[in-house]
Design a protein around this ligand. Sequence first.
Ligand SMILES: Nc1ncnc2c1ncn2[C@@H]1O[C@H](COP(=O)(O)OP(=O)(O)OP(=O)(O)O)[C@@H](O)[C@H]1O
Ligand SMILES: [Mg+2]
Length: 449
Amino acid sequence: MVEEIREIVQRFERIGAHSHIRGLGLDENLRAKDVADGLVGQKKAREAAGVIVRMIKSGKMAGRGILMAGPPGTGKTAIAVAISKELGKDIPFVQASASEFYSAEMKKTEALIQYMRKAIGVRIREIKTVLEGEVTGLDYNMVPNPYNPTQKIPESANLTLSTKDEKKTFSVGTRIALQFFQYGIQVGDVIMIDKATGKISYLGKSEKSAKKYDIGDADIVEVPSGRIEKEKEFTYVVTLHDLDEMNARRTSIFSLFTSESKEIDSEIREAVDEQVKKWVEEGRAELVPGVLFIDETHLMDIELFAFMNRAMESEMAPIIILASNRGFSRIRGTDISAPHGIPLDLLDRLLIITTEPYKKEDIRTILEIRSAESGIMLSESALDKLTEIGVENSMRYAVQLLAPAYEFSKLRNSGKVELEDVERAESIFADVTQSSSYLRKWEEKLISS
Ligand SMILES: Nc1ncnc2c1ncn2[C@@H]1O[C@H](COP(=O)(O)OP(=O)(O)OP(=O)(O)O)[C@@H](O)[C@H]1O
Ligand SMILES: [Mg+2]
């Protein structure tokens, strides 16, 4: 039996604005449906993305990348998110803006390689010996807390576990007893204990105890059958970067959850790669190449491009999706002008998907989907106004006005956004073009005075 015990940690997931997107919304023939999986219109781009998903799945994208090109707010990021959703739920999806590669903390190429390795998963299989069953008896031996004598804590416990076929009582020490106490494990809970580490996992309530306490059926699990002690296979996904960090610090798995970032020696990376290859050969692990999405590509300079070009050839490279809303622009670090500010040798490796400005009806539908996703009710006139703003300013601006407009509707003690709420939000929040031209006017004034 295979169980997922941990889904991939997506610390760089900033897809709040795209939470309504579940996939590309294509039919079996890879034709885009009008509205599906949260996506609207933009059919050519979605169909192209569908072909790419198939190429990725059949390993035909190795050494190649994707460029999403289109004006601001036309769904470049949205489609990249949809691609990752189509690839599967434990596929790493890492989003970065090219500006994040430049920091005082580390070299820019180091930052890029770290992002690339965050986008490659390693699915590890592990056989563990576990104790699994329903808790049918739990007696704590309580003692005063050494740090606070007014409290009592368990010093040890007698635990009875039952499956359908077996019943056993164990005496457990302080560490495990404390876990039971802290998690509030009770008789009637179905649990699993990792024998090697003593870690407890709560699986749910048994049917019998659920009936007794009349809880909802969300949590109910069947009481396991067979032996209490058994071997189970677990799979989980970690990223190459997680393994790099673990090796760099040689500390516990908890270091995975600190966000402190440092440069990592290339020897450490080589050792990790060797180890992973060995696991793969032994059938204990599988590589799961994910997606690295890089926004604002024009901010990458010639050195980063050269580095990325080389890295894309390595067998441990993620799928790279670049996004650009620039036409011809200077390649940073050179005097050369190139399409999207990307060097030609890299452009040669890229499949290009273009996104087009939205039609009015599409904008309206996207606004409807976004408001439903955020649980915001819109009156007809409010939706008309937002659509108009989307057409005249930008869709992103219209989407962003939803939340403040909702706050204003609540101030009126109404849960429904009306025209007046949208107008009030529009009057105090600026669109980027408004805010940047406002600042430019000030700059001009300062320079001329
Ligand atoms: N075809 C679509 N269907 C549904 N929602 C969409 C679609 N296109 C864009 N959106 C939503 O509209 C908003 C703006 O789109 P998005 O951020 O993807 O644009 P972008 O092209 O990446 O813009 P930028 O160049 O500014 O980065 C997001 O909330 C996005 O999820
Ligand atoms: Mg974007």
